[in-house]
Design a binder for this molecule. Structure first.
Ligand code: XMP
Length: 410
């Protein structure tokens, strides 16, 4: 049977401008990533072995987002990664910079950050970029480190719904357990989670899912759902759609999840995290307007200094490796195999490649913050909650061409 559904993706829509109540610099980007944890910036890092280990999680939490430690390692190693985040002090990056030595003078008055560096030679390019980004950000937007109820830096940990030992070990240590399967709308996944969800002490984010029915079933079946990870096969390294013919592209999945949560009176109470295919801040703005509270990103930050993969020099350019968790080289490290069905599925649903090295995470976050403030400003939203009331418009093919730079020789 064919039930025709129009599936829309990021490039099909545009933000319809609306009366803005504030200047972009006053737009507040605070958001809930779970019912309990508030972020200053709506960014969550993907639990992937080329994206999030403790360095990424520490830096992102200090920049106002949250990292999710991947699970392609032993339980003890993953626990250790979480503990490394928890053992890091909760000072802000600005205080960290100020404590680096006498040659940096930071003058903070109100929201202004004035910086003098006596010996620039002591710093490499990335460190300088980080220092400048953090200082500029401070003058524009009040980012603070994100902490959990233990008062320590907040961090998430990816878990398989079938790995009860891992869930037990990480529960109560990581602030959030993030269910990490490609298709959580599956009876075995839901049965397994329903046996443990009630007793889980950490917050629980469930995913990935991509339809209205999936949201209804997840909420009906589980005692505890603190957030939903939404989107199937939009990721830059995903080949699920190509290999299996199945997909729930992220923007469409967010719209469907929102519909279901609104039916249940839970939209805004159970946060939606848009996961996969976020290429730019514009995609984040569109996700938020569609109903998400935050986005999960892999590709956007895989090239930063903080990601765990090695720098690779190719033909004069500098890159970092980035790979899907279902790519052949990632599944050779056996721990993440069951994300894509383990022994049942014999096909590879992920690819791998290189991304250009992009320097410090702080410079990426700085760009995201300014762009989101500007985007929400156009949408007429002073806060993320207000963005849910803004409108997206469907673009015609000719409109898609017209709104991009055109008719220039570059
Ligand atoms: P981006 O576009 O930010 O997407 O790079 C990251 C998200 O992609 C998902 N992911 C995968 N999906 N095969 C897939 O179909 C894979 O091998 C794979 N690895 C990660 C995941 O949701 C991640 O957050």
């Amino acid at each position: 049977m064919i039930k025709e559904e129009k599936i829309i993706v990021f490039d099909d829509v545009i933000v319809i401008p609306s009366l803005s109540p504030v200047e972009p610099s006053q737009v507040d980007l605070r958001t809930m990533v779970t019912g309990n944890i508030e972020l200053y910036v709506p960014l969550v890092s993907s639990p992937m072995d080329t994206v999030t280990e403790h360095q990424m999680a520490v830096k992102l939490a200090k920049l106002g987002g949250i990292g999710v430690i991947h699970r392609n390692m032993s339980i003890d190693d993953q626990l250790h990664q979480v503990i490394l985040v928890k053992e890091t002090d909760t000072t802000s990056l600005l205080e960290d910079i100020a404590s680096r030595g006498n040659n940096i003078n930071l003058h903070l008055s109100g929201s202004r950050c004035k910086l003098t560096i006596e010996d620039v030679e002591l710093y490499n390019q990335d460190e300088m970029d980080e220092i400048l980004s953090v200082c500029r950000l401070k003058s524009r937007y009040p980012i603070k480190p994100v902490t959990g109820k233990d008062g320590l830096l907040a961090v998430g940990a990816a878990v398989s719904p079938f790995d009860l030992r891992r869930i037990k070990k990480l529960d109560g240590v990581a602030d959030i357990l993030v269910v990490d399967v490609a298709h959580a709308h599956n009876v075995n996944v839901l049965n397994s989670l329903s046996k443990v969800s009630r007793d889980i002490e950490s917050d629980l984010i469930v995913g990935n899912i991509g339809t209205r029915e999936a949201v209804l079933d997840v909420i009906a079946k589980l005692d505890k759902v603190d957030g939903l990870r939404v989107g199937i096969s939009s990721g830059s390294i995903c080949s699920t759609g190509e290999v299996t013919g199945a997909a729930a592209p992220t923007l469409w999945a967010v719209i469907k999840a929102r519909e279901a949560l609104e039916e249940l009176g839970l939209h805004g109470k159970v946060p939606i995290i848009a996961d996969g295919g976020i290429r730019s801040p514009a995609d984040i703005v569109k996700s938020l307007i569609a109903g998400a509270s935050a986005v999960m990103v892999g590709r956007m930050i895989a090239g930063t200094r903080e990601s765990p993969s090695q720098l690779i020099s190719v033909g004069g350019g500098v890159y970092k490796q980035y790979r899907g968790m279902a790519s052949p080289s990632s599944t050779r490290r056996r721990y993440a195999v069951d994300r894509y069905g383990g022994n049942v599925k014999k096909v590879s649903e992920g690819v791998e490649g290189l991304v250009p090295y992009s320097g410090s995470l702080a410079s990426v976050v700085e760009h995201v913050v300014y762009s989101l403030q500007a985007g929400l400003g156009y949408a007429g939203a002073a806060r993320i909650r207000d963005a849910w009331k803004a409108r997206l418009g469907l673009l015609s093919e000719s409109a898609k061409k017209e709104i991009k730079p055109h008719d220039l020789v570059t």
